[in-house]
Design a protein around this ligand. Structure first.
Ligand code: UDX
Length: 447
């Protein structure tokens, strides 16, 4: 494989992971960010984000990685320049592309062909607009390729190295080929598409994953009302090869840096084109309501929440990350405070991040400090540590031993046996302890 000189614009979470992984594949990577503290940290071997495996990868490939504040360094060195800047929501719900356009304005004069590769999630039609803007600036020799990322936080390094597919949308076949070639060692299927379709693949993939989550959450709510158990139901659904088992974990809704903003952006993109994306609007609404259902579960056992102490356990939007962006814990904390409850909160990692976001909430250093004298403990994020929650020490330290398991992390029967009142999501019957496990066909039958 040819050793490429690759540029990365934006040393956020996607940019840093992408840089480290391309360096691991043997390429030379120049990373540029406008944040001097971040560049300084990365250059001295400090990783400003929590992502398993990333620090080791950056360390191992130090020689092939350069960090800079100068965009000129990137364009002078690289032929392929990945754009990994943030595209947050604007007040209208559209994606804010100002960071992308700043990059375009900053492209310096170069005497070799350069291809801009868009990794950031952008609305369909962005590539076309960028192409127009490049041409208008007399930069016809700068190519453009859409190559969306499908990295989930917490498993990003693994996701990069084991992609289900690589999507490449190009205006010029050669440019698309150059990008696809980078991924060849990963032996993944490559979907070559036009730029607009590549952009849509990313938005639609995320929207479909969110649809599955909101779907199973609604099934969970109906399970609660009718006496079924959503965990068993999801198991039975997931074994259908047409449906598959993924993204069927019922809970208190999705959060994070991608799903909430990308669903709004797609809904808004459709609306701007005159189409009301009804299903996606429902998916978003179900997710909003799902976060609030915990409050009713608490009220069912405690009556009014005024003056009651509720411990929120796990604050990051999902385990194995310190990312608090759009975390359900933020909405839940403010709902509980609005009901007059005292809120304590604990997370094994996202402490600093939570401090600035959860105003009026007491953050504790230990799980035991969070639940001491509490009227209820709510599992908001399924950190593995919380599997150990139903201990005697926890039960005895709580004022009322009530656990609301917002992620169906615990086994209902054993929590109740340990002397807790237990509420989960969509597990009305929760009588599973007496049932045999799902049977696998015997080998002879399979053959
Ligand atoms: C997601 C996509 O998976 C990734 O491809 C994309 O590039 C960025 O967005 P990420 O936000 O890191 O990645 O996390 P993911 O693991 O997908 O979870 C998103 C949210 O959905 C979390 O809040 C998680 O708790 C929730 N979720 C996930 C469920 O509630 N139930 C599930 O079954 C799966």
């Amino acid at each position: 494989m040819e050793r490429e000189a690759i540029g990365i614009l934006g040393a956020g979470w996607v940019g840093t992971v992408t840089a480290a992984c391309f360096a691991e594949l043997g390429h030379d990577v120049v990373v540029r960010d406008v944040d001097s503290a971040r560049i300084e940290a990365l250059a001295t071997g400090h990783v400003p984000i929590y992502e398993p495996g990333l620090e080791e990868l950056l360390e191992r490939n130090r020689e092939r990685l350069t960090f800079t504040l100068e965009i000129g360094d990137v364009f002078r060195a690289a032929r392929l320049v990945f754009v990994c800047v943030g595209t947050p929501s604007t007040h209208s719900g559209d994606a804010d592309l100002s960071a992308v356009y700043t990059v375009l304005d900053e492209i310096p004069e170069v005497d070799h062909r350069v291809v801009l590769v868009m990794k950031s999630t952008v609305p369909v039609g962005t590539g076309e607009k960028v192409r127009g803007a490049l041409d208008a600036r007399g930069l016809a020799h700068v190519g453009y390729v859409s190559n969306p990322e499908f990295l989930a936080e917490g498993t990003a390094v693994h996701d990069f190295s084991h992609p289900d597919r690589v999507v490449v949308g190009a205006f010029a076949t050669d440019d698309g080929e150059s990008v696809a070639a980078l991924y060849r060692p990963l032996e993944a299927p490559v979907v070559h598409a036009d730029v607009a379709s590549a952009e849509m693949i990313k938005l639609a993939s995320n929207a479909f994953l969110m649809t599955r989550i909101s779907f199973i959450n609604e099934i969970a709510n109906v399970c609660e009302a009718t006496g079924a158990d959503v965990v068993k139901v999801a198991e039975g659904i997931g074994l259908d090869h047409r449906l598959g088992p993924h993204f069927l974990r019922a809970g208190i809704g999705y959060g994070g840096s991608c799903f909430p903003k990308d669903s709004l952006a797609l809904k808004q993109l459709a609306a701007n084109s005159g189409y009301h994306f009804q299903l996606l609007a429902a998916v978003i609404e179900v997710n909003e309501l799902q976060k609030r259902r915990v409050v009713h579960k608490l009220e069912k056992h405690l009556g009014t929440l005024r003056g009651k102490t509720v411990a929120l356990l796990g604050l990051a939007f999902k385990p194995h990350t310190n990312d608090m962006r759009e975390a359900p814990s933020i909405v839940l904390a403010s709902r509980l405070l609005a009901e007059g409850a005292k809120v304590r909160a604990w997370d094994p990692v996202a402490v600093d991040e939570a401090r600035s976001l959860l105003t009026g909430v007491e953050l504790t250093d230990s799980l035991l400090d969070a639940v001491r004298d509490a009227d209820a403990a709510v599992i908001v994020t399924e950190w593995p540590e919380l599997q150990e929650l139903p201990t005697e020490a926890v039960r005895d330290s709580m004022r009322t031993p009530l656990i609301v398991d917002g992620r169906n992390l615990l086994d209902p029967a054993s929590v109740r046996e340990a002397g807790f009142t237990y509420e989960a999501i969509g597990r009305a019957s929760s009588l599973l302890s007496g049932l045999p496990e799902t049977e696998e066909p015997s080998r002879e039958l399979k053959a």
